[in-house]
Design a protein around this ligand. Structure first.
Ligand SMILES: C[S@@+](CC[C@H](N)C(=O)[O-])C[C@H]1O[C@@H](n2cnc3c(N)ncnc32)[C@H](O)[C@@H]1O
Length: 317
């Protein structure tokens, strides 16, 4: 699908403020998407500065690259097709030794969501794809048509927090093959009793679609390691800023930051630390940061966003 689908960057001012950009620093935008955040970072870099942006989605990179390049005030830009879970390898291959800041704006972009034939949305009938990287991997249809009923239940329960997981999985298995978003939505409607559906404040398909998207793109299991790996590449004083869009994602970020800020495993009763585990970061956002009223009114996607930021400590911290 061609055309320009705007993705309004969420909490742009807050992201830039927490990144605390040095004009000659090296920055990593893990999730290039429509390039909104990357362009804002780019415009704050001068000669000697560098931005590396990654995305799983080649179409997103092709669309965002000229926009980010146009924002340059002399800084260099490198757009890499790849998974930020592999950030150390991607940066090593690009001869980047260390970074001064990293941004993660997790999940899918409005462009991906609104592109009906990507299959992310239950609002349009389309093939059940849901891959951010269309060059590889299993589609949502592959998962729905090959997983056992028990595996499907696990996916819907763990990644969608769906209380009707058992029944939806049973209905999916009975109705297979399931190829389109329309078919899946009809199955969910049939599996959840009408009086429950009527009370549901969100769309009854929302949790199942979230669960499938997470499973297709393996979004959660490697997230903690990715945050730790990216933090390891930060220079002292460098910051990692992460925006999560649902509670499962945010819990991982919160716990990983907390553990990196206070890794000591000694019992509280010990007068001094003997485990030797030293803090790697200090958490800058005491409370999770959310979008302000004006942004919430202008951009519905900002509603579920939760921002957390941490700063890398020096060796002798
Ligand atoms: C919410 S959008 C980012 C929007 C962007 N900040 C902007 O201002 O337009 C998330 C993007 O990250 C990409 N993405 C998600 N998970 C990824 C991963 N593990 N590695 C690389 N890119 C990923 C998606 O393909 C999507 O384009």
């Amino acid at each position: 699908m061609s055309g320009d689908y705007p993705h309004i960057p969420v909490m742009l001012d807050e992201c830039i403020e927490y990144l605390n950009i040095r004009p000659q620093g090296t920055y990593l935008d893990c999730t290039l998407g429509g390039g909104g955040h990357s362009s804002a970072i780019m415009s704050r870099l001068c000669e000697g500065g560098m931005l590396i942006s990654t995305d799983l989605d080649e179409e997103a990179i092709a669309a965002a690259r000229p926009r980010v390049e146009a924002a340059s005030k002399g800084g260099g830009f490198l757009a890499l097709h790849g998974n930020f879970h592999d950030a150390p390898m991607l940066l090593h291959e690009a001869d980047i030794e260390g970074i001064d800041g990293a941004l993660m704006d997790l999940g899918v972009s409005s462009r991906q969501f609104d592109d009906a034939d990507r299959g992310f949305s239950y609002r349009a009938d389309a093939p059940l794809d849901m891959r951010m990287d269309r060059s590889q991997g299993r589609t949502a249809a592959d998962i729905l048509n090959t997983y056992s009923e028990a595996e499907l239940t696990r996916v819907l329960r763990d990644w969608g927090e769906e209380s009707w997981a058992v029944r939806i999985a049973k209905f999916i298995v009975e109705k297979r093959p399931v190829e389109t978003t329309g078919q899946l939505t009809a199955i969910i409607d049939a599996a959840i009793p009408e009086k429950v559906r009527r009370k549901d404040t969100s769309h009854p398909a929302r949790r199942t679609f979230q669960a499938l998207r997470i499973e297709v793109n393996d979004e959660l299991a490697p997230l903690e390691k990715a945050v730790r790996d990216i933090t390891a590449m930060l220079r002292p004083g460098g910051r990692i800023v992460v925006m999560a869009f649902h509670s499962l994602e945010d819990r991982i970020i919160k716990n990983t930051f907390r553990d990196m800020a206070d890794p000591c495993t000694c019992p509280k009763s010990f007068p001094v630390c003997v485990c030797g585990k030293k803090p790697i970061v200090r958490i800058i956002t005491r409370k999770p940061v959310t979008a302000g009223a004006a942004e919430l009114a202008a951009n519905p996607r900002a509603r579920s966003a939760v921002l957390r930021a941490a700063e890398k400590l020096g060796e002798d911290a």
